[in-house]
Write a protein that binds this ligand. Structure first.
Ligand code: FAS
Ligand code: PHB
Length: 389
């Protein structure tokens, strides 16, 4: 097989990159380790920045997003039973859209299939070869048969545990990491949300987040120990703990019901530098991880592939390598600012077992400063809606 760009991973980064390239007439083949159903079964992000929805519109994959996505002009942030609203629209003129990552992935997969583009699911043992030269190759097996793909470039969109970052030459990669001493226990349930907007609640017992997927489907999270096991959490225990962490008004509006998905996600901040190794480029979770507190993970993957698609399209159109040479620095400039915001939101709202009384007062002072300063709220809001590309 031969193509122009081999994309490793059929998550949001790989799929969106494939559509952006296709729109400009650049061919790609996606190699995905899992089955299509498995990829679609993962419940992850829920909030899209304007930049992300603009990219989905650019590739013509926004019909359902426009019909079912929920525009949100603000959200609530709570601390020790106090709550304040961050008015995104008033502070920045922008809003965000609540639309599940699963639906984004489903829409992008449908568009790729409709365009007759190739995705190889259940590609086993993917390995990357010769990307330090002009003729990279990708190898894999499927149904016991070995396969080989010749290409011009490889886009590593295979997430944190993928093969792409692991294929970087020894010593060529520098990594930066903060592993948080807690995770998020998430529940999806077909019950109406307790509030029409998201509520981020800091509490002595730990953080809680009230989100949603639709007016009849809620997504809730509570901070839990990093060694916690989902088997220890019955639905009843989850609902009780969630209500303990919300202000009385929100707690009174929680409608409980059977969970249709329940999982624990570890929290970490992680960045790999650089994002280019010859003809191999990293994008999305393959390059960085943010704690989901700032709703940045999926949206950073979108900005990465915006920069990478522009660079690859320029290379094929003008035979210029300028965009490819600039990709890593350009993407990392926005990545680090999103990493800072996600770390800040996480530090503000979570309970750290080893924090002392002074550090707890710092969290309280930060919250009060937000209440009293429009400048502080504007800073939070402009990061939440997404910094410019
Ligand atoms: P993805 O991980 O989505 O996709 C990578 C793809 O590559 C996967 O389909 C994988 O199967 C495939 N792959 C891996 N190794 C491979 C190999 N060797 N060969 C071929 N394919 C391979 N973000 C938010 O904004 N809000 C959230 O609430 C949130 N919750 C999350 C919960 C969890 C458990 C996780 C893991 C992430 C969460 N995120 C959240 C972040 C998440 O949304 C990511 O930012 C987003 O999926 C990034 O998309 P991709 O970069 O495409 O990576
Ligand atoms: C979600 O709805 O899954 C969600 C929303 C906002 C976040 C994280 C997750 O910050």
């Amino acid at each position: 097989m031969r193509t122009q760009v081999a994309i490793i991973g059929s998550g949001p980064a790989g799929l969106l990159l494939g559509q952006l390239l296709h729109r400009a007439g650049v061919e790609s083949v996606i190699l995905e380790r899992r089955s299509k159903d498995y990829v679609l079964s993962r419940i992850r992000a829920g909030v899209l920045e304007q930049g992300t929805t603009d990219l989905l519109s650019k590739v013509g994959v926004d019909a359902r997003l426009k019909a079912e996505g929920l525009p949100h002009e603000g959200f609530a942030i709570g601390f020790a039973n106090r709550r304040q609203r961050i008015d995104l629209k008033d502070l920045t003129g922008q809003c965000v859209t609540v639309y599940g990552q699963t639906e984004v992935t489903r829409d992008l997969m449908a568009a790729r299939e409709a365009a007759g583009l190739t995705t190889v699911y259940e590609a086993e043992g993917v390995s990357l070869d010769a990307f330090d030269g002009a003729s990279p190759r990708v190898h894999w097996t499927k149904d016991g048969r070995a396969h080989d793909l010749a290409c011009d470039f490889i886009a590593g969109c295979d997430g944190f545990h993928g093969v792409s970052r692991a294929s970087a030459p020894a010593g060529a990669l520098e990594t930066f990491e903060r592993v948080y001493p807690f995770g998020w226990l998430g529940v999806l349930a077909d019950v109406p949300p307790c509030s029409h907007e998201l509520i981020y609640a800091g509490h002595d017992r730990g953080f809680a987040l009230c989100s949603m997927r639709s007016p009849t489907r809620s997504r809730y999270y509570i901070q839990c120990g990093s060694d916690e096991r989902v088997e220890n959490w019955s639905d009843d225990r989850f609902w009780d703990e969630l209500r303990h962490r919300l202000d009385p008004d929100a707690a009174a509006n929680v409608v409980t019901g059977p969970s249709i998905e329940k999982s624990i996600a570890p929290l970490r901040s992680f960045v790999a530098e650089p994002l280019r190794f010859g003809r191999l480029f990293l994008a999305g979770d393959a390059a960085h991880i943010v704690p989901p507190t700032g709703a940045k993970g999926l949206n950073l993957a979108a900005s990465d592939v915006h920069y990478l698609s522009e660079a690859l399209i320029e290379r094929y159109a003008d035979r210029s390598e300028a965009g490819l040479d600039a990709y890593s620095g350009r993407a990392l400039a926005r990545i680090w600012k999103s990493e800072r915001f996600s770390w800040w939101m996480t530090s503000l709202l979570h309970r750290f077992a080893d924090q002392n009384a002074f550090e707890r007062r710092m969290q309280e002072a930060e919250f009060i400063y937000l209440e009293e300063s429009r400048a502080a709220r504007t800073s939070l809001a402009e990061n939440y809606v997404g910094l410019p590309y």
